[in-house]
Ligand binder design. Structure first.
Ligand code: ADP
Length: 555
């Protein structure tokens, strides 16, 4: 027997109608190089309806991909709504990827039109010749003075919107499984792969972010996604803000640490999220700013090192909360919170719990699978591959007619992360499978070793890779950025590690560098570090490697 409840689609027009009707007076603020712009959600939604009309006028077919190269901005939010609510697919693109990757992604997705912030035009326009499917490039003028090529394909966002006048068409997506948004994985292993979110998965994911033991996003919040809107839909934060009716504060191109922290202070931001690199950049500026409105800072996409979290707790009273996810998982699968089982912990213990990935959010499930294919126990120590399943998790990649090798035969996503899970379901990421260092037949977690090195106040950043070793198979090599004026030596790095990790984890090679190379999404680029290592290999352990990698000294 079937239930007798209304069959209403979980689709984005529902979110649009809610923010428009209930929260029309709340604000969307966008940073610019020279200040900020502000609009109400009512104004934004009015423009969304006109923008849907613009897409009709341009003849963008139903289901076509609409590419965006944009900073976090009001116009990008307008595209987040107008494109999927009118039956097209929003395809956010990361302008920091390699040119070949961008061309590959636009071609595979066969984007029909692309929207580009004027400040990004110098990056994007030279590539447009390699985008055969793209009929129009619509420029969003963010105040940059980048020159506009005289080309009939180039159109202006505001001119099109003004011409659309008051045209209002009904925005409805009756089938919740319709594709709404497309995002490519960053392609750290092989070509990037397209993850195609549905209306249903996006709405469910936004709802999950509102739950109190997830991010608890609410009407009173002032939400500032620093995580880019091309990085897994800014972790779904803009949609969550619409559903809850929060103010949304967006940095635009003003992404320097000083600009970000000033905007957080000025707008009394209560909730923000970004990768660890951003939090490390802002850390030295904390003492000069009033961030007393902040209630939660989320670091996703990588581990939180406790030294960083402690610095935030000491300076502004808010430790950093970790969350785990992937492009394939919308992205939030786990985030940490203090449960009743943690009641007896002291302040440091609580901070460590909050700074770990935490348990799966409702509706999603995780499991650990050992090398022999059996499920590993949830005892907090047995490692296994983390696998995930749920309505917000990809079933297969774009272009695959059946699930490929990234999925198990029973439909779970193979994450490629090695993890442990404790009896209460709290996940810890040991490492990415490919980043584990196998020394003398035993695994060393590069993540744990990095965090131990970064616990030293004389260290600004550290990343660890495995390098071939004739005796041990592999040995860890630490790349370390010392804090300015620290005058740190390799021996001091090793001494600092003695009480923190097993003796055989301590790296024989410590390479001092000015900066750890980052991926297009701001994470440590182990691939780049490996290529530095290979470039420098053979120069001998005592050699100054400064000529090979930027001002590196190898000891
Ligand atoms: P990429 O890093 O390839 O750009 P994603 O942005 O999808 O792709 O990143 C997903 C990966 O990031 C995960 O598989 C995992 O290795 C890492 N990651 C994400 N969150 C965390 C976390 N909280 N702790 C450790 N690693 C994480």
């Amino acid at each position: 027997m079937q239930g007798l409840m209304q069959e209403r689609p979980l689709s984005l027009p529902l979110v649009l109608r809610r923010v428009e009707r209930h929260f029309g007076h709340k604000r969307v603020v966008t940073g610019r190089a020279d200040g900020e712009t502000e609009a109400t959600w009512a104004e934004v939604c009015g423009r969304v309806r006109r923008l849907a009309g613009v897409l009709d006028e341009l003849g963008v077919p139903d289901g076509a991909r609409v590419g965006t190269f944009g900073w976090n901005s009001q116009r990008h939010v307008e595209l987040y709504l107008a494109v999927p609510c009118s039956g097209r697919i929003l395809h956010t693109l990361n302008h920091r990827l390699f040119r070949d990757q961008i061309t590959y992604i636009v071609s595979e997705a066969a984007d029909d039109v692309i929207f580009v912030d004027r400040s990004l035009l110098p990056v994007v326009w030279p590539l447009v010749g390699g985008f055969p499917s793209v009929r129009h490039v619509i420029v969003m003028d963010d105040g940059a003075d980048a020159s506009l090529p005289g080309d009939p394909r180039l159109l202006d966002y505001e001119t099109l919107l003004a011409a659309a006048g008051g045209s209002v068409r009904e925005l409805a997506v009756p089938d919740e499984d319709t594709a709404a948004a497309l995002c490519y994985t960053s392609g750290t292993t092989g070509n990037p792969k397209g993850v195609l979110y549905s209306h249903r998965s996006i709405v469910l994911h936004a709802l999950l972010l509102l739950m109190v033991d997830t991010f608890g996003i609410r009407e009173r919040d002032v939400i500032m996604p620093v995580v880019p809107m091309f990085h897994v839909n800014a972790w779904g934060l803009p949609y969550a803000a619409m559903l809850a009716g929060s103010d949304l504060v967006l940095p635009g191109p003003a992404m320097a640490p000083g600009q970000l922290v000033a905007q957080m202070e000025r707008q009394r931001v209560t909730f923000t999220g970004a990768v660890a690199t951003v939090w490390r950049g802002i850390r030295p500026l904390l003492s000069g700013h009033d961030l007393s409105a902040m209630r939660m800072i989320v670091c996703g996409g990588g581990a939180v090192d406790d030294a960083l979290s402690r610095a935030y707790q000491d300076a502004i009273g808010v430790p950093i909360t970790n969350a785990w996810g992937m492009t394939e998982t919308s992205p939030v699968v786990t985030t940490s919170y203090l449960a009743t089982v943690h009641d007896g912990l002291d302040a440091v213990g609580r901070r460590l719990v909050i700074g770990s990935p935490g348990p799966a959010v409702p509706l999603t499930e995780v499991r650990l699978v050992s090398d022999d294919g059996a499920q590993a126990p949830w005892d907090g120590t047995s490692p296994g591959e983390l696998q995930a399943a749920g309505p917000t998790i990809a079933a297969r990649y774009l272009g695959e007619s059946t699930p490929g090798t990234g999925f198990t035969s029973d439909g779970w996503l193979k994450t490629g992360d090695v993890a442990t899970i404790d009896p209460h379901g709290y996940v810890r990421i040991v490492d990415r499978t490919k980043d584990l260092v196998k020394s003398g037949g035993e695994w060393i977690s590069s993540v744990e070793l990095e965090n131990a090195i970064m616990a030293d106040p004389r260290v600004a950043e550290a990343a660890v890779i495995g390098a071939g070793d004739p005796r041990w198979g592999e040995r860890p090599v630490a790349y370390v950025v010392p804090r300015s004026g620290a005058g740190l030596t390799a021996e001091q790095v090793r001494e600092h590690l003695v009480p923190l990790v097993a003796r055989w984890w301590i790296p024989d090679q410590v390479v001092f560098v000015e900066e750890i190379p980052k991926t297009a999404t701001g994470k440590f680029s182990k691939r780049e570090l490996r290529s530095w290592y290979w470039r420098d290999a053979g120069t001998g352990p005592e050699h100054d490697a400064g000529s090979a990698s930027t001002a590196a000294t190898k000891e």
